[in-house]
Design a protein around this ligand. Sequence first.
Ligand SMILES: Nc1ncnc2c1ncn2[C@@H]1O[C@H](COP(=O)(O)OP(=O)(O)OP(=O)(O)O)[C@@H](O)[C@H]1O
Length: 237
Amino acid sequence: MLELRNVSVKLGGTQALRQISVRAAERRIAIVGRNGSGKTTLARVIAGLQTPDEGSAEIGGRDMARDRKAALRAVGILFQNPDHQIIFPTVEEEIAFGLVQLGRPRAEAATEVQAILARFGKSHWASAPTHGLSQGQKQLVCLMSVLAMQPALIVLDEPYSGLDIPTRLQLMRYVGEVEASVLHITHDPESVRHYDRVIWIDEGAIRADGPPAEVLRQFEAQMRLWGGCDDLSDLAG
Ligand SMILES: Nc1ncnc2c1ncn2[C@@H]1O[C@H](COP(=O)(O)OP(=O)(O)OP(=O)(O)O)[C@@H](O)[C@H]1O
């Protein structure tokens, strides 16, 4: 159960989030919104990476900003650019890192790394240098790192946008099969039409929240309206 209570965040001079409240237990939730509307900030709050100025983000009753250990266990996050996420020179070290942070002894972590690599048919990647992988391969390493930690919630912040179609479809299929709940930030309504719930964030606040058919219809109509204008002065930031 994800519970956001009146979350507000100011970044520099920008009010990135305004009084966001969400109670969610659905397995597939999408977040849509324009560039600069606050989606990534919201993802960071949910993962405990950004402390709200006001309000709180809880998962299973644990405060994600105050309880870092619980946040690590509860939420895995995949960003758009895997280069912002990968820090270790080899694939096995990268995947093992999160497990060791969770307190697994190194030998146990190594066994779990082998298991997740085998599950994706990538055992031969174990000692591969991460810098030598393509974007799609790096994104798969990030996904395996997240899945190895078995979080209750996986937050996807546009992780597929730089990938070719087969790689995107493969990663989407992997994510579609996971048991964890998924909160997916996207600019692509098609990819989330089958989800349980869609939340539209606009200028840091919830503009609409409900079934995909209804929310996406409103969202797409508004996007087309704005897209028909030449004026970008309303673009947040
Ligand atoms: N570190 C920062 N310092 C100051 N302002 C920031 C910072 N990070 C984000 N912002 C501002 O906060 C607002 C929300 O940004 P955020 O990245 O959450 O939007 P987003 O919806 O994820 O955008 P996009 O779809 O372009 O990725 C924007 O106006 C942005 O300029």
